[in-house]
Design a protein around this ligand. Structure first.
Ligand code: TSJ
Length: 636
């Protein structure tokens, strides 16, 4: 073969074109979540370099032109010519789908793997990408435009051009997301900060600097204490019963790192990671931590003469807040969102580390073991009292199920049924009239009862409609939760686009998250998006022609494109102002409505929500985010 494969090859562009055609398959969505995914994809490479032991600094910059720059002080992406393709490895990384893994695993045994779709996907979805590699005294440079087209034609050797000399090593990547692909290209500083904060916690000693060139803002993330620092943040507003207990160890080739502390909470909170990826649904490592802790505490209890009989794991875990991070050479994930670790060996490995390494703490700080055991005995007592009094919320829910005002769907097939939780009796009535009676159920929630900002979860649970909601769902709550019994395929929260509406929505989400988190994790919960405006057009005929605007931005776009053709703009102050047809068209009809799927931003966000909301702090409430659901037709 005389022709060199120089990256303009048609196959390569076909590969990247496939990404541009179906971006959702590679990055989940083209909304704000997908947009930010691009940053994570790039940073993860630098973090892998840190894990390999060659990088301790990462700089992330939001640049004036809205591009992102990620710079690290690692070894620099290999640039040697890749024998199969005949061009520089660095170009392979950016042009060939899934090439990332081959290189990323080179020096490091634990890679995120599953989640790392890599640099080529970022390239395919960017208006431009620039790569600068400092290595072996040279600065290598490469650039791509319009979805991955290489700008620099490589010479026959396939080597990247050198644009200068250097005495350091490292990789810099700059990319500008393609605004013809993404619904939004606005970076959310808070989202980026949370992720970098999380990365700093999980990678002890790594320094990450975030800069916003547009505003001059700068912040450094660095955690000498690693996950202990994370736990400290999680518990900062709580009453703690023990010190932070941290231990690490290795079993069967699996590295285990745990930080835990007991609090006066009644719940248990375990945040888990495998290979730096959050496992939001837990899995075998979490099971190992639970069972290991049960065995360990029962053995201390007997040794100390505090226990005669073994305690139940759930009593031992009352008040537990823990972060577990494991490194597994070949992790397997399960669950709809792949957020659950399935590797069976992780359970035993974590259990081993708990039994072998946690005693290094407890043998010295024996009071911590005593406090945990006393707390568990208290939890057991409370639980028994609760059982006797039968004040258990679950049984109450069942008794009261007929008291609420649920209007059920005709069909009994969960896969086609939807439950609308509607704010206000009047909107509830409209929804009842407008719905598809066969598949759509309506549960009105009286706003007045719930819109008190500080309604506690306990108070909310006394609310008839809330009880009706949980019994209507059919899947139980807490320990007896069973998603297979869920009677609806979608749970759609429909509240006004005002402050009260948002409080009710957050309260409902908090309740669902607290009592049936899988409903949110598995994507069953949605937010209906009612329009804000009806834009009536000037017409000559008798029939009224109009459009709906769902945001201020859309209204502005309509004003810009339609201008003088607009006759009148009506603002909907609430759902109650719409008639049944309007509500059906805009918000309920699966063919025309818009829905946002409720998602949890990340582990810090999710668990901080629960703890902080329980503590009645208002500020971090915004961390439930909404991504456009796949069935939402976007009208503009
Ligand atoms: F992949 C990428 F282009 F997106 C990217 C990679 C982006 C950024 C910001 C950094 C990196 C990156 C890759 N930083 N450091 C590395 N290191 C390697 O790829 C590397 C270097 C040397 C060796 C070796 O075995 O000598 C192996 C690897 C994987």
């Amino acid at each position: 073969m005389t022709e060199k494969y120089d990256g303009t090859n048609i196959d390569i562009l076909d590969g990247l074109e496939a990404v541009r055609k179906r971006p959702g398959m590679y990055i989940g969505s083209t909304g704000t979540r997908g947009l930010h995914h691009l940053i994570w994809e790039i940073i993860d490479n630098s973090i892998d370099e840190h894990l390999a032991g060659y990088c301790d600094q990462i700089q992330v910059t939001i640049r004036e032109d809205n591009s992102i720059e990620v710079r690290d002080n690692g070894r620099g992406i290999p640039v040697d010519v890749h024998p199969k393709t005949g061009f520089s490895a660095a170009r392979v990384v950016f042009t060939i789908l899934h090439a990332g893994g081959k290189f990323n695993n080179g020096g490091y045994a634990f890679s995120g793997g599953l989640h790392g779709v890599g640099a080529s996907v970022v390239n395919a979805l960017s208006a431009y990408v620039e790569v600068e590699i400092h290595k072996d005294g040279h600065i290598y440079f490469d650039r791509y435009e319009h979805g991955g087209n290489p700008v620099i034609k490589l010479m026959r050797s396939g080597e990247l051009p050198v644009k200068g000399k250097t005495t350091t090593t490292g990789t810099t990547v700059r990319f500008l997301p393609d605004d013809t692909i993404f619904e939004t290209t606005t970076w959310n500083l808070e989202t980026i900060e949370r992720r970098l904060q999380e990365s700093a916690f999980l990678n002890r000693g790594l320094t990450i600097v975030l800069k916003n060139e547009k505003t001059g803002y700068q912040r450094t993330f660095h955690e000498e204490r690693g996950i202990e620092g994370f736990l400290n943040l999680m518990n900062e507003d709580k009453t703690t019963l023990t010190d932070i207990i941290s231990f690490s160890g290795k079993s069967n080739g699996i590295l285990v790192d745990v930080a835990m502390q007991y609090t006066s909470d009644f719940s248990e909170q375990i945040i888990s990671y495998c290979n730096n990826i959050t496992t939001i649904e837990g899995g075998t490592h979490v099971t190992g931590l639970r069972s290991g802790l049960t065995r360990l505490m029962n053995s201390y209890g007997k040794e100390l003469g505090i226990l005669k009989e073994s305690l139940d794991g759930k009593d031992i875990r009352t008040g537990l807040v823990a972060v577990i991070s494991i490194k597994h050479p070949d992790p397997q994930y399960e669950g709809q969102t792949k957020g659950k670790l399935g590797s069976t060996d992780a359970r035993g490995a974590v259990e081993d580390v708990v039994l072998n390494d946690a005693p290094k703490h407890f043998d010295v700080f024996i009071d911590d073991a005593k406090h945990i055991l006393e707390n568990a005995l208290k939890a057991l007592k409370l639980r028994k009292a609760e059982d006797r009094a039968k004040v258990n919320f679950q049984s109450k829910g069942i008794q009261l199920q007929t008291n609420g005002k649920l209007t059920n769907a005709g069909s009994r097939k969960p896969e086609e049924c939807e439950l609308f939780i509607v704010e206000g009796d009047s909107a509830g009535g409209t929804a009842k009239a407008g719905r598809d009676r066969r598949t759509q159920a309506i549960l009105p929630l009286r706003g007045k009862v719930l819109n008190v900002e500080k309604t506690s979860l306990e108070k909310a649970l006394q609310n008839k409609e809330i009880q009706t909601l949980f019994s209507a769902l059919g899947c139980g709550v807490g320990e007896s939760f069973d998603i297979k019994k869920l009677k609806y395929n979608k749970i759609i929260i429909l509240t006004d686009a005002d402050v009260d509406g948002s409080h009710i929505r957050i309260l409902l989400l908090t309740l669902l998250y607290r009592f049936a988190p899988a409903l949110i994790h598995e994507g069953f919960v949605y937010r209906g998006l009612p329009p804000l405006y009806k834009v009536v057009l000037k017409t000559t005929g008798k029939k009224e022609e109009f459009l709906y605007a769902y945001s201020e931005k859309e209204l502005a776009q309509m004003k810009a494109t339609l201008g003088t053709k607009i006759r009148n703009i009506q603002r909907f102050k609430g759902l109650g102002e719409m008639n049944a047809d309007q509500l059906w068209d805009t918000t309920m009809n699966p063919e025309t409505r818009r829905l946002g799927r409720v998602q949890i931003e990340n582990a810090i966000g999710a668990d901080k929500i629960t703890s902080v909301l329980m503590g009645e702090k208002v500020e971090p409430r915004k961390q439930f985010i909404y991504d456009h659901a796949e069935d939402a037709k976007v009208a503009i």
